[in-house]
Write a protein that binds this ligand. Sequence first.
Ligand code: SF4
Ligand code: SF4
Length: 381
Amino acid sequence: MPEIDPEAPFPEIGDGTRPPLPDAVQAMAAEVGLELRAGLPAEALKPETQRRLTEWLDRGYAGGMDYLDRAKEALVDPKAWKPWAGTILLFALPYARGSVSFRNGGRVARYAAGRDYHNLLGKRLQRLGKRMRAGGLVTQFRAVTDAGPILEREWAVSGGLGFRGKNTLLIHPRLGPWQLLGEVLVDARWQTWRASATSVDCGTCDACLEICPTGAFPQPYLLDARRCLSYLSIEHRGSIPREHRRAFGDWVFGCDLCLEVCPFGSKSEDQSQLWGQHAALHLTLEEVLSLSKADFRRLFRGSPMQRPGWAGFLRNACIVLGNLQCGEGALRKALHHAEPLVRCHAAWALAELGSMTPLQSARKTESDPEVIREIDLALDR
Ligand code: SF4
Ligand code: SF4
């Protein structure tokens, strides 16, 4: 695919009238609570970026995120997804805030502590698209927040929204890694405009690489998602590899360690007013562990924490209770949970607590081969 020069001027289209200036879109964006950060031609990504993606997928670093491989063509060229795409508009919302936990422990990645950004940012992008369409600026648009086949970070780097950090995240010189990204693809072909480029980068800093508890960075700028707690606790379906369970520490949903150590953004303004705090965080992990599927859905409604699903979240809760050396009563009950996945991790956690008697009695009645294996491994310690 051809390498594009994002600075190259676009020919005017349609009836030959002057393309709308960024100011027109910027004003509409401000009306819906967004700041337009860049607008780039919706053309194929640079060959170097495409090569990096292919290599990352080929090495298996995406883990079970097979949808990335299936969407590869669209990921590297928005026109393969939306042939009418002319321009991609880039937006970001800051989300810096203090550390967030459940009531008695169990840390949560900060982006997930409040309102679901897919909703908050997604609705604003959608509103902007509708306004642009109503104002005759575009005829087709598609708003994207994380869920579409767009390599958000690559576009954000191209748009000058920050630089690529060694932790593979977008780093803004002032906001650090604490930004959530969103895009609107439009059919109009507008002039390129971008945030002022930054000349800073990671330099000699290696803090994120050093702090990662699972060694998820085979090298700087490269993430093996299969080892990353964010992937394992949120996207991974099924059992958590035993060798990574202790590395969870008290992270029950996601992990912010390689963001927290980043010197950029350490003085970012607190955004908790904007995002709020989800009511589910008032629960204890023991209470979470006793929730029915219906109650989990009800109490976690509107939160990104729903993503691993009921059994997946309870799996994480077992691991954290084991690591925190607490919740024995709740774990004993979880050893008889309807979901084998939860029983497996309750068995592991009880062994971490040194509570072997319930394991011995569960071994006599358990029929699921995976859970039996977990109990046997736990009793074998
Ligand atoms: S999120 Fe946590 S586990 Fe994943 S790479 Fe960063 S420090 Fe490592
Ligand atoms: S912690 Fe250091 S190396 Fe990692 S992204 Fe931030 S500046 Fe770069």
